[in-house]
Structures are given as structure tokens and as C-alpha cells.
Write a protein that binds this ligand. Structure first.
Ligand SMILES: *Cc1c(COP(=O)(O)O)cnc(C)c1O
Length: 351
């Protein structure tokens, strides 16, 4: 605590990211992609004209937005880009949720949302997941300052279909419904096609997971032109050039390689299903997942002890300290070899 901190900063509880270890570990704790980005990304890095770095990047990130618009089947006026989807989310909180009415969200979802509520002084209203660990969409009504959840949800892994999201949007029409699709490429159904029908729907996405680019920090939002303009107003009051020239070129190269993208996500999905079956064989309850991670608990073995045991053997997974998730481990999907090591190590504990 410092006397120089503002009152808001004194009260913050910042988001705690998963550990980025210095030693070589099997890293299954932050939902990164185990496969490299598209080969075209390497070509951009090799061939990028260094002299371009003298100049500020395009403040509107037109080329990247155009590439995304093509990929997602929307217009460029319906696309916003930011320095990682965490930044896009922060700007969206500022643009749409800073208001008197509370923001509604599931009680278990991406833990950054409560952090932003604190930062911006937004009141939060939480709704319990149902008995299948699924977001209970029926719980959300029209009397709120907005709705936010991840779909598929984190860290539970379940995703609702487009029709269910449309049902929610029929009820909540007077405030923004933000659907965070960070994991949608691993088996979820995107709500992007609903954007044309519902002017209050904002869908966010990221290059960090399915495009293997967590290190370059690229995220986006898709919504009606009025929502995108709202985001731009906040962005241009904060940082006019969030996307650097190199990141933009890298993002475009990643989007151009559909074959690489499909091959990587299929590998992750296949490994995920195989890992789920093997965890079940070891006595874990592994929740169904449409993401690149699995949330699993064991009826006999304590999750905190398993976490420590794995860490000692060089395997890093995520354990959350909250009451609701204390019994679970969240395991990111790595390569087949990495998951084999995980299962073999767990076998030594559980047999
Ligand atoms: C990983 C993640 C993000 C953040 O992605 P970045 O683009 O890397 O900032 C946002 N939402 C959810 C639910 C995530 O899991």
C-alpha cells in the first residue's frame, strides 16, 4: 500500500494470470495453444520492413479489420480490434457497463470480469450455474445494465448454441449482451451471425488460443456499428494506436491460413476427447468441454495436493482457490506427448 495510490487503486484486486515459469515445464495452465502459429507468421517476421517501424501504425487498423470481417462474414464497420481481448473487454466495460444498473454475469465465469467491475466501480449481479455446471441463461432478465459471460464458459467448458443466445437476446434488449468467445473455435457455436439481428449483441474473440498467438496480443469484437463506434470513442480517448504494425501483419497472415488453423484445432479437439476418457479411467469426473481445457475433479484425491504433486514432477496445471472450484483442476490441452506425460504422472498418484 502506498500513500500515492488513488482510492480506487487501493481497493483493487487485480487479475492473477497463470504462472509463466522460467524453467522448462509441461505447461498446461494458461490455455495456450501447443502448436506453432501459421507458417505465414514466420514469413512476416522474417520479411517485415524494419523502416516501417518509424511510422505510427494505422489508428483504424483497417487491413486487420478487413481480414477479420472477411473471415467472420460481417462488414468492417462491425469489427473492432484491440491489444488482446482483455483490452477489448476493458474498453467494452468502459463504453457500455459504466452505469447505475448492475452488470449481470454467472457466478463462475472468466475471473477478469469482477476485476473490471472493481476498476470501473460497476455493481455486479451474479447468477448461479445450473446443476450441470452450465450457464443458466434463463436467469438473465431485462432489468440490468448489461450481461456478460464466456461462451463456451471458462473454466467450466460448456457452451450454449446460437438459438439459446438468440433467446436471451429476445429478452434483454435495452442493454449490451457481451458474449466472450475466446474458446469458440474448439467446438462452440459462434453468435456472430446474430449481430445483424440484435444491435445490442457484442461478441469478443482472440488470436491467443485457436490461432497460437498469445504472445502478440490481438483480440477483437464484433457488433453493430453503433456498438463499435462506442468502443472506438473509448479507445481514442485512451490509446489511438493499440495495434502495432507488426502485430497487424501477423494477425492477417494467421487469418489467411485456414488449413493450418483447421488442422491445429482438430488436433486439440482429438487430444481433448482422448484425455477426457483417460481421466475418467483414473476416476476423475471430467466435465464435457468445447474448449482447449478440461475441468476435472477426483472423488478421492485433493486437487490442491494433485496440483503440488504435478508441479514437483514438472507439470503445471491450474488450481483455483475459490470455494466453488477448490475440488477441481483446470488442465489445458497440450500435445499428445504432453498429455501422455500428464496421464502417466497422474497414474502414479491415483493407482
Ligand atoms: C484467454 C481469455 C481471454 C483473453 O484473451 P487475450 O486475447 O489473450 O487477452 C478473454 N476471455 C476469456 C474467457 C479467456 O479465457
Amino acid at each position: 500500500m502506498s500513500k500515492f495510490w488513488s482510492p480506487v487503486v487501493r481497493e483493487l484486486t487485480p487479475y492473477v494470470p497463470g504462472e509463466q515459469p522460467r524453467e522448462r515445464l509441461i505447461k498446461l495452465n494458461t490455455n495456450e495453444n501447443p502448436y506453432p502459429p501459421a507458417p505465414g507468421v514466420g514469413a512476416v517476421l522474417r520479411d517485415f520492413p524494419t523502416d516501417h517501424l518509424r511510422l505510427y501504425p494505422d489508428p483504424e487498423s483497417r487491413a486487420l479489420r478487413q481480414a477479420l470481417a472477411r473471415e467472420l462474414g460481417v462488414t468492417v464497420e462491425e469489427v473492432f480490434v484491440g491489444n488482446g481481448s482483455d483490452e477489448v473487454l476493458a474498453l467494452a466495460f468502459h463504453a457500455f457497463f459504466c452505469q447505475a444498473r448492475p452488470l449481470a454475469m454467472p457466478d463462475i465465469t472468466y475471473s477478469f470480469y469482477p476485476v473490471y467491475c472493481r476498476l470501473y466501480g460497476i455493481e455486479r449481479r451474479t447468477h448461479a450455474l445450473d446443476d450441470q455446471w452450465q450457464v443458466d441463461l434463463e436467469a438473465f432478465g431485462p432489468d440490468c445494465g448489461g450481461v456478460i459471460f464466456a461462451n463456451p464458459n471458462a473454466p467450466t467448458g460448456h457452451g450454449h448454441g446460437r438459438d439459446a443466445i438468440a433467446g436471451l437476446l429476445e429478452r434483454v434488449t435495452e442493454s449490451v449482451v457481451l458474449v466472450d468467445e475466446a474458446y469458440v473455435d474448439f467446438g462452440g457455436e459462434s453468435a456472430v451471425p446474430l449481430v445483424a439481428r440484435y444491435p445490442n449483441l457484442l461478441v469478443t474473440g482472440t488470436f491467443s488460443k485457436s490461432r497460437s498467438l498469445a504472445g502478440i496480443r490481438l483480440g477483437y469484437a464484433v457488433g453493430s456499428p453503433e456498438l463499435i463506434e462506442g468502443l472506438e470513442r473509448v479507445k481514442d480517448s485512451f490509446n489511438s494506436y493499440p495495434i502495432d504494425s507488426l502485430a497487424s501483419a501477423i494477425g492477417i497472415a494467421a487469418l489467411e491460413d485456414r488449413e493450418h488453423f483447421e488442422a491445429c484445432r482438430e488436433k486439440v479437439i482429438t487430444t481433448r476427447e482422448r484425455t477426457r476418457r483417460r481421466l475418467a479411467d483414473l476416476g476423475f469426473e471430467a466435465l464435457p468441454s468445447q474448449t482447449n481445457f478440461i475441468l476435472a475433479r477426483h472423488s478421492e484425491f485433493d486437487a490442491a495436493q494433485l496440483f503440488v504433486g504435478l508441479r514437483e514432477r514438472g507439470i503445471l496445471v491450474r488450481h483455483f482457490g475459490s470455494d466453488a472450484l477448490r475440488d477441481f483442476l483446470r488442465i489445458s490441452i497440450g500435445t499428445e506427448d504432453e498429455m501422455n506425460s500428464l496421464i502417466e504422472t497422474l497414474e502414479t498418484f491415483c493407482r
